[in-house]
Design a protein around this ligand. Structure first.
Ligand code: CA
Length: 226
C-alpha cells in the first residue's frame, strides 16, 4: 500500500486532501504542524509527502530539508501560495521533487501524484548504463562515479538516467519534463534547472566534471561522452 503524509495546517484543506487520497485507495495521514510531521514521517515512512510550506511552527523549507535528510527515498511535493512562488526554487534545492501553487484543482493534484508514484514505483528496466566514470545501476537505482556512490534523490536519479541513456545526444527540455516528471510543462521549468544544478554539484563533489551535463540554452541538455 502506498503511504502518504499530508502536512497542512489549514484543517479544511487538510481533511479535503486526506479524504480525496483515501478515496483513491492510498493510506493518508494528516499532520497539522511541522513537529507532528517529523514524528509521523519517522513512524510511517511515507512514500510521498505533500508539504504545505506555510506552517505555524517550523519554516516549511527547513522542514523540507529535514524530511529529505531523514527520508532520502520519499517523494516530496510542496504546496505554496501563488504570492510566495519565490519559495519554490529554495524548496526544490532543499530536496523537494515537485511543487504546486495554491489554489490548485484537486484533479490536477491527484493526476500529478499518480504520475509521480507510478514512475517511482515502476519496475525500472533491468540494465546498467555507463558513461565515462559514471555508472548507473538502473534496476537498483544506484549511481556511482568511479567506485563511490552518489546520493541522489528520486528525480535526480531519473533525470541522470534519462540523460546518460542518450549520452552524446541532446535531450530536449520538453522530453525531460515529460519523461522525468510526466508532464507537459507550459510554464517556466525551474524544477528541471534546479535538478540539473544539483546533479552537477554532486558529480563535482565526486571528482567528475560538472560540465559533463552540457546546457544547450533554451533547448535542452546533453550528457557529454568524451
Ligand atoms: Ca498553511
Amino acid at each position: 500500500m502506498t503511504r502518504l503524509l499530508v502536512v497542512e495546517d489549514d484543517p479544511a484543506i487538510g481533511s479535503e486532501l486526506v479524504n480525496a487520497l483515501t478515496g483513491q485507495g492510498y493510506i493518508a495521514r494528516l499532520a497539522a504542524t511541522g513537529q507532528r510531521a517529523i514524528e509521523d514521517a519517522r513512524e510511517v515512512a511515507p512514500d510521498l509527502i505533500l508539504l504545505d510550506l506555510g506552517l505555524p511552527d517550523i519554516d516549511g523549507v527547513d522542514l523540507c530539508r529535514r524530511l529529505r535528510s531523514e527520508l532520502p527515498q520519499a517523494l516530496i511535493v510542496v504546496l505554496t501560495a501563488r504570492s510566495r512562488e519565490f519559495e519554490v526554487v529554495v524548496a526544490l534545492d532543499a530536496g523537494a521533487d515537485d511543487y504546486l501553487t495554491k489554489p490548485f484543482r484537486l484533479t490536477e493534484l491527484m493526476a500529478r501524484l499518480r504520475a509521480h508514484l507510478r514512475r517511482h514505483q515502476a519496475m525500472p528496466e533491468d540494465r546498467m548504463v555507463a558513461v565515462g566514470a559514471l555508472r548507473l545501476d538502473v534496476a537498483a537505482r544506484r549511481a556511482f562515479v568511479s567506485e563511490t556512490e552518489l546520493e541522489l534523490r528520486p528525480k535526480e536519479f531519473d533525470l541522470l538516467t534519462a540523460l546518460a541513456r542518450r549520452a552524446g545526444e541532446m535531450v530536449s527540455r520538453e522530453q525531460l519534463m515529460d519523461e522525468v516528471w510526466d508532464t507537459n510543462w507550459f510554464g517556466p521549468t525551474k524544477t528541471l534547472d534546479v535538478h540539473v544544478s544539483a546533479l552537477r554539484r554532486k558529480l563535482a563533489e565526486h571528482g567528475e566534471d560538472p560540465l559533463r551535463i552540457a546546457t544547450l540554452r533554451g533547448r535542452g541538455y546533453r550528457y557529454e561522452v568524451g
